[in-house]
Write a protein that binds this ligand. Structure first.
Ligand code: 5RP
Length: 220
């Protein structure tokens, strides 16, 4: 099986975790795109979906899945999203697609976070994937200097602006052995809008696409 097929294996399984007649949250990325396809094909009825990016909104519209704004709903039954890396405590690095701010907001409004990923994303320690940090553009250099002090090597994602008008610094070679502490420490830097460590609100369930089928891993 290639990586795309492994992603689809996880995405298809995730449809089982979608509660009928409720609002749900939907993340961003190629695995989520497959989930949206599978959700539409499965014919499960939901009240509506809160989207995390313009790309996801466009796909929801294509498959005629009703979109609802976060401010219009009180709770989301489940949040489905991919990850760039996920460790054995189900803490993640996200933001490879640049939608980390919307993703973190919608995830925090959801009862349960179901992460869908191909097996290559499951790692013992986070950090091989460069950590995306969303920054206010005018503060970019200031923030980069602080991140250098933390041992990382910041690289500007050239030509990329987030849906919220910010820039992304991808931080290479960070030592992420304490994801929770580092998530908080980076967010304290003035000029940082949000960073891609999802440890404070990690996943509750991981669905891994493996060649042998979908493996479901629960943490709590
Ligand atoms: C986007 C994300 C994605 O979840 C992450 O990049 C995984 O993407 P893909 O499913 O394409 O591998 O965090 O901001």
């Amino acid at each position: 099986m290639n990586q795309q097929e492994l992603k689809r294996t996880a995405a298809r399984k995730a449809v089982e975790f979608v509660p009928e007649n409720e609002y749900i949250g939907i993340g961003t990325g190629s695995t989520v795109n497959l989930f949206i396809e599978e959700l539409a094909a499965g014919g499960k009825r939901i009240k509506g979906a809160v989207s995390t990016s313009s790309a996801t909104s466009a796909l929801l519209a294509k498959f005629e899945i009703p979109e609802v704004a976060l401010r219009e709903v009180i709770r989301l039954g489940v949040y489905i999203d991919g990850a760039d890396e996920i460790n054995h405590s189900l803490q993640m690095i996200k933001g490879g697609g640049g939608a980390l701010l919307g993703e973190k907001i919608v995830a925090s409004a959801s009862d349960k976070f179901v992460c869908i990923a191909d097996e290559s994303k499951y790692v013992a320690q986070l950090g091989r994937f460069p950590l995306p940090v969303e920054v206010i553009p005018s503060a970019r250099s200031l923030v980069a200097r602080q991140l250098l002090k933390l041992g990382g090597e910041p690289e500007l994602r050239v030509g990329f602006t987030t849906d919220n008008g910010h820039e992304i610094l991808d931080i290479h070679h960070l030592d992420i052995n304490q994801p929770l502490a580092l998530e908080d420490e980076i967010n304290k830097i003035t000029g940082v809008v949000e960073n891609g460590i999802f440890a404070r609100n990690g996943a509750d369930v991981l669905i891994l696409g493996r060649a042998s089928g979908a493996e479901v891993i629960h943490i709590r």
